[in-house]
Design a protein around this ligand. Structure first.
Ligand code: PLP
Length: 404
């Protein structure tokens, strides 16, 4: 097989072999329903309990009972927001940000059409929130605040602790979408002013189709999916046992050496960015001025089309993305970059590289070697690119432009 470099880990990650091995018996001999009284059921229920403890430990929850298994991050986000609205039926106002994942953004737009008032917090050019704007937006009518921990497109990290302090000072429930954070940097939800927190198994080398919602003890939480008594009446439906076991295994493995692994990934990411900034004229890193996830780099190539870059990257065996996998296929420029005020000539040429602990320095070198070739080729093809080249030539007196 030729070169295959996977730099799209914010879209999804490769399940660890140990995760697949841990899941397999729960698709074969341990097929019991965990609600059954007999041994087939109880052995499975016990394993779900172990997975709950592993997931609680990954996010730093005080008690495994605070973990509710869901089918994915999108369900966790929906359950948290709809649950809080149902728990506070007299409140009609939601506070969120302009840069959320569609799982929150789309739901809040939908709720807006149903008569809720939504305050959409803006971000600055570095992708950062204005905490004073947040403070001003909270009213007696605010049902909840929902803010992502890390942006899936740029990796920009919001200061969740400080946001939580502002929100909790007003007694308002606070939900955090931590789908891009769990397994990438350490989390200590028990020590944070957070009521609800969403994560998803496939973002940290677990299986797809399984997620979890942290619900702090004592927070009233009407169920989103109603039916049987599973998950202590908080999420009905026969459990995705193999998925839960796989997510638990991934949670257990990813928290080992998490801080150290994150530093290794950060070095690779920085190497990638430095290489691209030096070798590609008219290239910039979006959100570079903010605290970011260690694995994510969102790079704009001026005047170019991100999708054309992706096609050529794929020909070299390099897999990246233009932004959120959930918005891929739409020709609309990224709502995140637009909210950051990225100018039109930089907007279409954004490419997201997202790394994992399985990437290597050799892979980064390969990408750093191939991207400038792709950029040159596309600039040659693009009339606008030609214009940019001429401008660059005029600026540098004919030499090749280098950006530090
Ligand atoms: N929230 C964020 C920040 C995400 O990045 C994603 C997925 O990309 C989701 C929510 C949705 O998670 P899932 O794919 O498990 O539904």
């Amino acid at each position: 097989m030729g070169t295959e470099i996977y730099f799209d880990n914010n879209a999804t990650t490769r399940p660890l072999p140990e995760v697949v091995a841990a899941m397999s018996p729960f698709l074969t001999e341990f097929y019991g329903n965990p609600s059954s009284i007999h041994r087939f059921g109880s052995q499975v229920a016990q394993k779900i309990g172990e997975a709950r403890t592993q997931v609680a430990s990954l996010i730093g929850a005080a008690d495994p009972i605070e973990v509710v298994f869901t089918s994915c991050g999108t369900e966790g986000d929906n359950a948290a927001i709809r649950g809080m609205l149902e728990a506070r039926p007299d409140k009609r106002h939601i506070v969120t940000t302009e840069v959320e994942h569609p799982a929150v953004l789309g739901l809040c737009q939908h709720l807006e059409k149903r008569g809720y008032r939504v305050s959409w917090l803006r971000v600055n050019q570095d992708g950062m929130l204005d905490l004073e704007e947040l403070g001003r937006s909270l009213t007696d009518d605010t049902a909840l605040v929902s803010v992502m921990h890390a942006n899936n497109e740029t990796g920009v990290l919001f200061p969740i602790h400080r946001i939580g302090e502002i929100v909790k000072a007003k007694g308002i429930p606070f939900h955090v979408d931590a789908v891009q954070v769990a397994g990438k940097i350490p989390l200590k939800v028990a020590e944070s002013p957070v009521d609800l927190l969403t994560i998803s198994g496939h973002k940290f080398h677990g299986p797809k189709g399984i997620g979890a919602l942290y619900v702090r003890r004592g927070v009233p939480f009407p169920p989103f999916i109603i039916g049987g008594h599973q998950e202590k009446n908080r999420r009905a439906g026969t459990e995705n046992v193999a998925g839960i076991v796989g997510m638990g295994e991934a949670a257990g493995r990813m928290q080992r050496n998490l801080a150290q692994e994150a530093e290794g990934i950060r070095k690779l990411r920085d190497q990638l960015e430095q290489g691209l900034l030096q070798s590609c004229p008219d290239c910039r890193v979006n959100g570079r001025g903010s605290d970011r996830l260690p694995n994510t780099s969102n790079v704009s190539f001026r005047y170019l089309e991100g999708e054309s870059i992706l096609v050529l990257l794929d020909q070299f065996g390099i897999c990246a993305s233009t932004g959120s996998a959930c918005t891929a296929g739409s020709s609309e420029p990224s709502h995140v970059l637009r909210a950051m005020g990225v100018a039109p000539d930089w907007l279409q040429g954004a490419v997201r590289f997202s790394l994992s602990r399985f990437n290597t320095a050799e892979e980064v070198r390969y990408v750093n070697e191939k991207v400038p070739l792709i950029v040159q080729r596309l600039q040659g093809l693009s009339a606008l690119g030609k214009l940019a080249e001429e401008r660059e030539k005029a600026r540098t007196g004919g030499g090749i432009g280098v950006r530090g």
